[in-house]
Design a binder for this molecule. Sequence first.
Ligand SMILES: [Zn+2]
Length: 326
Amino acid sequence: MRATALSLCLLLGTAVPTAKALSPSLRPVRFGGKPYINLQTWGKTWGFGIHPSRKALRLQSKWTRIEFKGENRLVRFNGTKLWLSFPVLPHRDRLYATKLDLEKTLEPLLKPPLLPSNKGVRLVVLDPGHGGKDPGSVVGKEAEKKHTLLLAFELKKILLQRGFRVLMTRTRDETVSLTKRTEIARLAKADLYVSLHYNSLGRRTSAVKGVEVYVMTPSGAPSTNSRSNGGTARVYPGNRHDAWNVLLGYFLQRNLVSQLKAEDRGLRRARFVVLRNARMPAALVEGGFMSAPDEARKIYTASYRRKIAAAIADGITAYRKRLENR
Ligand SMILES: [Zn+2]
């Protein structure tokens, strides 16, 4: 049965844009030299109901809920956490977000553009982080490289069942350079690149846990963990797919958090080598913290690994569907 646009949007939790939204005409104001947009005006343009409260704003449509907080970079999009590049600014009883954040983070989720190649999403490259001489995080006897490879095999199985083609950047414990990994994907003309990792912090931070997904930082913006207020204006190959990167990252984060019932550390931005070199939409998944003993115990089990793989596969499938039914 062919799903209607409406039921599909309910299923995917994304908005059906109104005709008005196709040509938003919003005049930015400048704060600190950066163009900002009044979020109430922006919300109306996209057909949202506007629900302001003290230092916060909720935009609500039938399908989508976006929650902003003043002086905060964290936004909730249908409940999933997304990190903006710059804090939302309160000014004269209104909240403002940078034009860059609206264009690079929220608008691609509301109305994803057509894929440039328009050839769909068929070949997925899975990149099990680390390997060989590079163990990644090591906690006790456990090395990240082993668990990312096991996860990749599990994920490959599910993706094949769903009709994707799959290529892995390594299939055993070997050293593969970061540049080689994205080169493998480029030569294979992959449609998607997903790098698999587990997090780790020192022993003193063993309480920190949860899942996070990274996508390429937009040009001119700081990365999520950066303390600076600016970012390089350089445009990397990975920036060519900014809109699809964020769409992919959102669906991955949303499925991981809901299916694993893990702590939501949000969709983040980084200029990791594999993200900036990727010639196709790309994301990097941090499936949990090996430095958090309770989360680590789960990560090492086959049953939890299957759950992580299923959540990532669902994220990729949702991404494909969203682009096919846009
Ligand atoms: Zn790693």
